[in-house]
Design a protein around this ligand. Structure first.
Ligand code: ATP
Ligand code: MG
Length: 395
């Protein structure tokens, strides 16, 4: 057994001792059966949230309205969720009402795919009313129950299917696939934050091309921010050897291929965090400069290492060549300075050397000095820099 389950076992046992049922459920059980790394274990129980709280000393109300209580044990938090069904989806997204139930089967029935609807008891016994193990074994993603109904209840499930395709390299059950094609437009009701979360997982998977191809094949792409008119561009991306790219490099590639001059709008439409938008924008700008100028030390310095590597990886994939990121990394380590604060002079030095008042000239001098140092035209010492600036008539 994997350590995660072992560590969480006392939680199941405590609930059982108190007279309730409790199981591991969801992705952890799926990944355990697949022999993949288990990240976090979810626990489902017949105990109501207040009952869960009375069983454990340390709990946090993280989503009590959905029945989830965080149980703290040995410095770790475990989500314990009361068995529930979801009634009346009136707007193709989350349920209007959560109804707590005492039956495990009813809880498993509301889950999206058969492979995600398997429960594991404390003794390792599996409860698998929808033949999830068979589908795991065959590598098939199949909805629990009628696919059209399940996607109409919550359209995000269609994106989840695509990201599992990317993560697991599974095939879609034919009825599930047909229902995705039929119901793709329902995705427009889903909050962008939820779409981004699944898209990030799709773009981190080992079979990104398959995930993207499915978005194209089903028409789901047309209901994703900034991608509706981008079928041809997506098709070009989906045939590239994408395995080596991480999610941010994939976003860089997508932005480059689809967004033209509207990179910021594209990323903001996906409601990405500001920092991330800035990082990807910088990547696209650097990518364009690499194409125009080729790599040189000043560009490498201005890009900084992380962006340079991202660009090198993306360029390698686009050109079908091996990545030069290793060369860039050693070149980076050989740069005379890595950032402006490594310069041997500061603005105050410049002010001390002249009678001139503060002004934009300081910034200009520092930039010129930086470039000269990077290009090894001068050494990074006060005397050399002063001499250089004097020779340029800047002091
Ligand atoms: P991951 O390994 O990425 O966490 P996961 O399957 O655990 O994958 P979660 O989003 O953590 O995905 O959800 C946990 C479980 O809750 C799922 O395995 C599934 O049983 C159920 N679930 C999650 N989202 C939905 C949904 N939109 N509709 C139905 N069931 C869902
Ligand atoms: Mg999970």
């Amino acid at each position: 057994e994997q350590p995660f389950f072992k560590e969480a076992l006392p939680i199941l046992q405590a609930l059982e001792t108190a007279g309730y049922e409790a199981y591991f459920v969801g992705g952890a059980v799926r990944d355990f059966i697949l022999n993949r790394t288990v990240h976090d274990v979810d626990i489902a129980t017949s105990a109501l949230p207040d009952e869960v709280k009375s069983v454990f000393l340390h709990t946090v109300d993280v989503g009590i309205e959905h029945g989830t209580v965080l149980v703290l044990l040995d410095g770790r938090g475990y989500e314990v969720t009361t068995f529930r069904t979801e009634e009346a989806y009136s707007d193709f997204r989350r349920p209007d009402e959560v109804i707590f139930v005492r039956s495990l089967r009813d809880d498993l029935k509301r889950r999206d795919f058969t492979m995600n609807a398997i429960a594991m008891a404390a003794d390792g016994q599996l409860v698998d009313p929808f033949d999830g193990q068979r589908d795991l074994n065959d590598g098939i993603i199949r909805t629990v129950g009628d696919a059209s109904e399940r996607f109409s209840e919550d359209a995000l499930r269609m994106m989840r299917a695509a990201r599992f395709i990317s993560q697991l390299s599974f095939e879609l059950d034919l009825k599930t696939l047909q229902a995705m094609i039929d119901h793709a437009p329902l995705l427009s009701h889903i909050a962008v934050e939820r779409k981004l979360n699944e898209m990030d997982k799709l773009l981190s998977g080992s079979d990104k091309a398959a995930g993207l191809s499915l978005l194209i094949q089903t028409g789901l792409f047309a209901f994703l921010p900034g991608l509706s008119g981008q079928k041809a561009a997506l098709e070009q991306v989906a045939v590239l050897p994408l395995q080596s790219l991480n999610a941010d490099q994939m976003w860089l590639l997508l932005a480059d291929k689809t967004a033209g001059r509207h990179i910021t709008d594209f990323l903001r439409d996906w409601r990405m965090a500001g920092k991330r938008v800035k990082r990807i924008e910088k990547g696209v700008r650097t990518l364009n400069r690499v194409r125009a100028e080729g790599w040189h030390d000043v560009l490498l310095y201005e890009a900084q290492l992380e962006t340079a590597v991202d660009c090198a990886e993306v360029v390698a994939v686009l050109d079908g060549k091996t990545s030069i990121s290793k060369d860039l990394i050693s070149r980076w380590h050989g740069l005379p300075i890595k950032s402006r604060d490594e310069l041997d002079v500061t603005g105050s030095d410049l002010l001390a050397w002249t009678e001139k008042p503060r002004g934009i000239w300081i910034k200009e001098c520092l930039e010129l000095t930086e470039k000269a140092v990077i290009n090894r035209e001068i050494k990074n010492t006060k005397e050399n820099i002063k001499e250089f600036l004097l020779s340029c008539n800047l002091l």
